[in-house]
Design a protein around this ligand. Structure first.
Ligand SMILES: O=C(O)[C@H](O)[C@@H](O)[C@H](O)[C@H](O)COP(=O)(O)O
Length: 248
């Protein structure tokens, strides 16, 4: 399958969120028709959670009982903590649609069996991913949603860190995140790249520089989003402000 990188620009973040949600419905419905199930990796941030809110309002023909939900990263804080991406996803969508609880795959909690040891939590999540793989070491996710920070971080892969340099493992623990909290668990770039589709949801002028650098082919160690490439497609959903530095 040929890999494609496309850029879609919208007036504002509300419009890009609506567009991504509509496309996500189509992809999930098509995956369910083709394979019986769909797998989606969720992200945090305003746009990632915004897509979930949009799906709560209208999720088309999605059969929510046949969707596996994974997370791209998680702040390593206690279960139920409002900073957990999982908690925000439940509030935005998952508490309001008939998902199968057995198909929800949250990352371990900071106060659970791996308390104090985000790397052990990362190993556990990697085992969980392996257990859900049909071929290959981890699932070929249908879609991996990503937000991006102003310096280009995706998931909890920050510039110039061991986590963004990781090439062997699919999930790692982070203990020195420059953005609080310091402790996190994150899928690595090799895991992101196992996804059929990678969609980056990016809005705001503070993202313009990193967006242009990533799309222009920067080194992922410097601009982690440059390494966020899907096996089949990579789509940048941008608002005009985030797209401002792209050359036409
Ligand atoms: O992990 C975190 O601390 C943040 O959640 C962060 O990674 C966020 O996802 C991006 O900065 C994009 O956020 P926006 O979509 O709100 O711009």
């Amino acid at each position: 399958m040929t890999q494609s990188v496309t850029v879609q620009t919208y007036d504002d973040s509300a419009a890009l969120v609506e567009a991504a949600a509509a496309k996500l419905i189509d992809v999930i419905v098509d995956a369910q028709a083709a394979r019986g199930t769909a797998s989606v990796v969720l992200t945090g941030g305003g746009n990632g959670i915004g897509v979930l809110r949009a799906l709560r309002a209208d999720s088309g023909e999605i059969d929510w009982s046949k969707v596996d939900i994974f997370w791209g990263d998680e702040r390593f804080v206690p279960a139920g903590h409002p900073d957990r991406n999982e908690v925000q996803a439940h509030e935005a969508l998952l508490d309001h649609v008939p998902v199968d609880p057995a198909r929800l795959h949250p990352m371990p909690y900071g106060d659970g069996a791996y308390a104090g040891d985000p790397d052990a939590a990362a190993h556990a999540y990697e085992h969980l991913l392996a257990a859900h793989a049909t071929e290959g070491p981890i699932p070929d996710f249908d879609v991996h949603l990503l937000g991006m920070g102003g310096e280009g971080h995706v998931n909890s892969l920050f510039p110039e860190t061991d986590a963004v340099r990781e090439q062997a493992r699919y999930v790692v623990g982070v203990t020195d995140s420059p953005k609080p909290p310091a402790e996190r668990v994150t899928l690595t770039l090799p895991a992101v790249q196992r996804s059929r589709r990678v969609w980056l949801l990016v809005a705001g002028a503070d993202k313009a520089e990193a967006t242009a650098a990533a799309i222009g082919g920067a080194d992922p160690v410097d601009v982690p989003s440059a390494g966020a490439l899907g096996a089949e497609e990579t789509v940048w959903f941008l608002d005009k402000a985030a797209a401002a530095n792209l050359t036409p």
